[in-house]
Each structure stands twice: as structure tokens, then as C-alpha cells.
Write a protein that binds this ligand. Structure first.
Ligand SMILES: NC(=O)c1ccc[n+]([C@@H]2O[C@H](COP(=O)([O-])OP(=O)(O)OC[C@H]3O[C@@H](n4cnc5c(N)ncnc54)[C@H](O)[C@@H]3O)[C@@H](O)[C@H]2O)c1
Length: 271
């Protein structure tokens, strides 16, 4: 059921790689809620061709941009203003990748070139996007920016490796920009901290299956599906949340504040 929450709004959505992607679900819901938007992803993601399906279904143009490349971002925001006929009311940052995690390098044996890449792709890219967007006048006053994060920024999950550091940086960048954009243009900037989700980025993490089950058993509502994460993002893009900014908002079925559940404790009974 649609509510018209984004009726008349314009946006920019990054990170839709395939139907499992959280950004894909955000794009589908934003379309259903009445928004017009452009899609963007790394040029390499275009080769997979999946995004074309989403573009066709939502009527959104696709503007390739590597989020670590300032020239690409400059072009992205200039073109988005042209396509949308003005600045965007919302921006989704749904980008993450760690070469160390992908290639199984543990935290105590990191490749530092890859570590820099992890931080650049997964965190600095938000800074780069906002800086480029502001210079291009591509964000409208009263707008909303959401970036996706994970609770490993607050607590240790060993297999999340250097992505934990990237998420901590991402959340800090969110506050720093949120302060500035709030004062200058009443633009809010938040992170949504999502449950483990079966996507390309998620399942690239060692032991993801076991961990997914653990989080499921530790969350009173169970793991939050991607489509519900999208719903939460839509509320943050809407006018119903105009005073929510600089927050890290958990969308995790209650995982972040649960200490123990009978299912998990039962595994240790008699141990
Ligand atoms: N899946 C999970 O369990 C989970 C949990 C919490 C948070 N998140 C976060 O959600 C976000 C989206 O991930 P997802 O789970 O939908 O997986 P996904 O693999 O579908 O999305 C990740 C996206 O990042 C894009 N990307 C990578 N490098 C890029 C670059 N240089 N420039 C531009 N785009 C680039 C990829 O092309 C892809 O579209 C990420 O920030 C991820 O860390 C995921």
C-alpha cells in the first residue's frame, strides 16, 4: 500500500546492484510513493546489466559514477540536476565494499592499500558525495540524506574486519555533515543501521549464514528484511521526520538492545 509520502519529491539513489540490494528496494518503494529519481552505481556494476531492469520499471535514468572519483561525482550531480529539473530532496548512500573482507584477510593481517580502499569506498564516499553535491547545488533545502550502516561500528563482530572501522567513520561523517547541512539548509543526515541481510555485500562476509541465524535468534522481531529497511528510509526521506538528524537509527528487529534470548541461552544449558 502506498501513502504518497514522496509525492513531488526528487532524489538520487546509489547502490542498486541487483534485486537483493537494499537500494533496489528503496528505489521500488520511492517510485511507488511518488518520487522521481536518478539511479547511480559504479561503472563496473553497469556491466552486470541488472540495473537496467530497475531503470525501466521506475523510469529513472542511470548515471554511472565511481563514488571514490571526484570527477565522476561532479558529473553525477550536474547531470542529476539536469535530469530532475532541479536539486534533489533526498539522497541514498548505499555503498560498501572491503577488499580485505572479500579476500579473507583478517583484521590482524590487513593489506593497507586495501584498507584505504575500504575506507574510501565505504565511508569517505559519503563525504565526497555531499561535498560534490553541495558544490553543484544538487541538494534542495529541507532535504534528507540517508546512509546505510551496521552495528559493528559500536560493537565488535570479528569477521566484519576493517568494515567496522569504515562504518564508524561513515557514522562520524554523517554527524559532521548533518551539523553543517542542518544549519545551512535544514538538510538532515542520518544513518540506518540494518540487520544482516542476504545481499551481495552481506553474503561476502565470512560465516554470514551462521551470523544471520544468530542475529535472527537474538532479535525479538527477527532480522529486518531489505524491503522493510527501504520502508524506513522512505519515512526518513518524507516530511514526517523533519527534525530527525545526525542520528544512527537501528533498523534491526531489536537486536541492538537485546542481551539474551531463550533460544540462544538454550544452546549453553548444561555447558
Ligand atoms: N547486507 C547486509 O547485511 C547489510 C547490513 C547493514 C548495512 N549494510 C549496508 O548496506 C549498504 C548496501 O549494501 P547491500 O547489502 O544492499 O549490498 P549490495 O552489494 O547490493 O550493495 C553495495 C553496493 O555498493 C556499490 N559500490 C561498491 N563500490 C562502489 C563504488 N566505488 N562506487 C559506487 N558504488 C559502489 C555496489 O556496486 C553495490 O551496488 C552497504 O553500505 C552495506 O554495508 C548491509
Amino acid at each position: 500500500m502506498a501513502y504518497g509520502l514522496l509525492s513531488g519529491k526528487r532524489g538520487i539513489i546509489s547502490g542498486a546492484l541487483n534485486e537483493q540490494s537494499i537500494a533496489w528496494k528503496v528505489a521500488e518503494l520511492a517510485h511507488a510513493e511518488g518520487a522521481r529519481f536518478v539511479l547511480t552505481n559504479a561503472p563496473v556494476a553497469m556491466r552486470m546489466g541488472e540495473i537496467k531492469k530497475l531503470a525501466d520499471a521506475t523510469g529513472a535514468p542511470v548515471i554511472p559514477a565511481d563514488a571514490t572519483n571526484d570527477a565522476d561525482l561532479e558529473k553525477l550531480f550536474a547531470e542529476s540536476v539536469k535530469h530532475l529539473g532541479g536539486p534533489a530532496d533526498f539522497l541514498l548512500h548505499s555503498i560498501g565494499m572491503s577488499p580485505n573482507v572479500r579476500k579473507g584477510r583478517p583484521y590482524d593481517d590487513l593489506n593497507y592499500d586495501w584498507y584505504k580502499q575500504t575506507l574510501d569506498v565505504s565511508a569517505m564516499s559519503l563525504h565526497r558525495m555531499l561535498q560534490a553535491a553541495e558544490k553543484a547545488g544538487a541538494l534542495a533545502p529541507g532535504g534528507s540524506v540517508v546512509a546505510l550502516t551496521y552495528i559493528a561500528a559500536q560493537r565488535v563482530f570479528p569477521d566484519y574486519g576493517d568494515m567496522a572501522d569504515a562504518k564508524a567513520l561513515l557514522e562520524s561523517i554523517t554527524r559532521s555533515w548533518g551539523y553543517r547541512l542542518g544549519r545551512s539548509k535544514r538538510i538532515r543526515v542520518n544513518t540506518v543501521s540494518q540487520s544482516p541481510t542476504m545481499t551481495t555485500a552481506g553474503s561476502g562476509i565470512k560465516g554470514f549464514d551462521g551470523f544471520y541465524g544468530f542475529a535472527q535468534a537474538m532479535s525479538p522481531l527477527g532480522n529486518a528484511p531489505a524491503v522493510d529497511c527501504a520502508g524506513y528510509c522512505i519515512t526518513l526521506f518524507s516530511d514526517l521526520t523533519r527534525y530527525v538528524t545526525m542520528q544512527n537509527l537501528y533498523h534491526d528487529g531489536g537486536f541492538s538492545t537485546t542481551g539474551a534470548t531463550p533460544e540462544v541461552v538454550a544452546k549453553f544449558s548444561g555447558a
